[in-house]
Design a protein around this ligand. Structure first.
Ligand code: SF4
Ligand code: SF4
Ligand code: SF4
Length: 281
């Protein structure tokens, strides 16, 4: 009983961090939507939350990157050519297990936080007839770009999706009414809708992260719950150095050094969304 209560309190804490309490651990604790029907569409839901409390510089066990702290704007750089298939699979699995992402056999019901896309889909504007074979054929890892100018946030009528002061675009599942305006607004397909109750399709339940419910949208959260604990994102930890995560506002950060020294591309940069995910090609 005490254990159950501790788990509940832990998950409630994560929910308070901005993930909502739309669903906690089991179907028996399902929370109903409580969004007032009279809420007006937000002009721009860039809710600037209070600065997150500074955390101790705790280096996670398997991460080779420097310890995590708060950031002016979190960003990610991916070494695309170093990503072998086993590493890609490990990354996807780490993210999906950490966040209770269900595995749906039906592709139309698929829930994706990080997934593979062919170059032609990921970077259609960079496509040309003489592009080298390797770039053209290798799969790219794609996820929410945590855009600095996020159209999904502007489209959401309930502020269920919002942008934090450190740039992370989050979901409050409790507020989501499942209208899917955000999905229509996102030009990257980074959001998934729960057509079914996802809980029966979670192979390995992580009691430290809330599950979702039928009728809500979800996506990558840049591991905000791990950053809060001084840990690197789960995908970064298992990436064997192929993903670098850090503060884009800090000129001395590793990610800034990499961006200075390497040629990088971003997804659909011409749309003005200002992605925070960079691909080193
Ligand atoms: S990638 Fe899509 S879901 Fe993520 S912040 Fe940008 S517009 Fe929003
Ligand atoms: S589906 Fe998207 S736009 Fe609609 S309420 Fe949920 S987060 Fe907001
Ligand atoms: S940053 Fe976290 S939530 Fe986003 S893809 Fe990586 S592991 Fe998943």
């Amino acid at each position: 009983m005490e254990n159950t209560r501790r788990n509940f309190l832990k998950i409630a804490g994560i929910s308070a961090l901005g993930f909502g309490v739309g669903s906690l651990v089991s179907a028996t604790t399902q929370v109903e939507h409580e969004v007032a029907p009279t809420q007006q569409p937000a002009e721009h839901n860039t809710e600037k939350l209070p600065e997150p409390k500074p955390v101790e510089n705790v280096k996670s066990e398997s991460s080779t990157q420097s310890a995590v702290k708060t950031a002016g704007r979190w960003g990610m750089a991916i070494y695309t050519s170093k990503l072998t298939e086993p590493i890609r699979k490990k990354i996807i699995s780490a993210c999906h297990v950490t966040h209770n992402v269900p595995h749906m056999e039906n592709k139309r019901h698929e829930i994706k936080w990080i997934w593979e896309e062919p170059y032609t889909h990921a970077f259609p504007e960079n496509e040309h007839e003489y592009i080298d074979e390797k770039t053209h054929t290798q799969p790219f890892l794609t996820l929410c770009n945590h855009c600095n100018n996020p159209p999904c946030v502007r489209a959401c009528p309930t502020k269920a999706t919002f942008q934090r002061a450190d740039g992370i675009v989050l979901m409050d599942f409790h507020r989501c009414i499942g209208c899917r305006f955000c999905m229509a607004a996102c030009p990257y397909g980074s959001r998934s809708f729960n057509f079914r109750d996802p809980r029966p399709f979670i192979s390995q339940l992580n009691m430290d992260f809330p599950t979702r419910m039928k009728g809500v949208v979800e996506k990558c959260n840049f591991c905000a719950e791990r950053l809060e604990m001084g840990k690197m994102p789960a995908c970064v930890e298992v990436s064997e150095g192929t993903i670098v995560f850090g503060d884009l506002h800090d000129p001395n950060s590793e990610i800034r050094h990499i961006l200075k020294e390497s040629y990088t591309i971003q997804r659909k940069q011409n749309l003005g969304t200002m992605p925070s995910v960079y691909y080193i090609v």
